[in-house]
Ligand binder design. Sequence first.
Ligand SMILES: [Zn+2]
Length: 296
Amino acid sequence: MKIRKLIIVQILILISFQLCYTQTIKTDERNIEITYIANEGFLINVGDKSILIDAIFGDKEYGFCDIPDSIQISSMIEAREPYTNIDLIAVTHNHIDHFYAPFVSDHLANNMKGKFISCEQTIEKLAKTDSYEEIKARLIEITPDSLMYQDTVINGIDIKVFRLKHGPYYVENPETGEKINKHQNIQNLGFLFNINGVKIFHGGDSSPSCISDYENFRLDNENIDIAFLGRGFMWTTDCKGIEILRNYINPKHIILMHIHPDNNKRFIDVAEKMKTEFPNVTVFKKSMETKSYIIQ
Ligand SMILES: [Zn+2]
């Protein structure tokens, strides 16, 4: 009789453990929280993993984009709430509206578990900062050649690193009148993070002009849950970006970025007109706004 009771108690304990375990997976690991910081900078939380991407910048006002406010900048530098537990600091490229080396270096010095991933050009900038010796073991440089990608795992986060061209910006040579793409030599990366099966893509300053990258990588085969893409991908309802979204990316959710909050109405309008085909588009309205996603 005693043994039977003991077996029943053991079975009950096993069942309740199983229930708790299943509950944890459902409520934690598939829940995503995205917080908009500025420009293309976001804090991404999935389960117990935290990624800060293109967010640590803003040494001065640049005029052409929004920057993090002074409270966020000091919180990021000092690794204070909500930046106390960042596993991965990712930077797509070395432009002032995505990355400011002294701030990133200070953050890493104050966040000993955080690892940094980016291309050669940003690591070269970090090598000139005061804390370089202290942080260098946690800097991971991956710069694939054009049309190539590389896989890696950092602090338990699976990452596919794509080389994506930076969107062109043409300036005229005053002497010859020749048009030159000012950004042609900028190394720009796209990241596909896979956290417990949740797939999140950030393309940095890739633009619809870089269609050959998307024809090559066929991100539509990756089953992307959330794609962060520059505003050019939804510039109008019939632009080349829409064609790329439809044919080569096909994400479940889209977050449009590189949009000044004072200037977001036209992109909200385009998203509204496209909602039958793309029902899940977000244009964040203000810094530190957070959106939660539950991925099925
Ligand atoms: Zn850029």
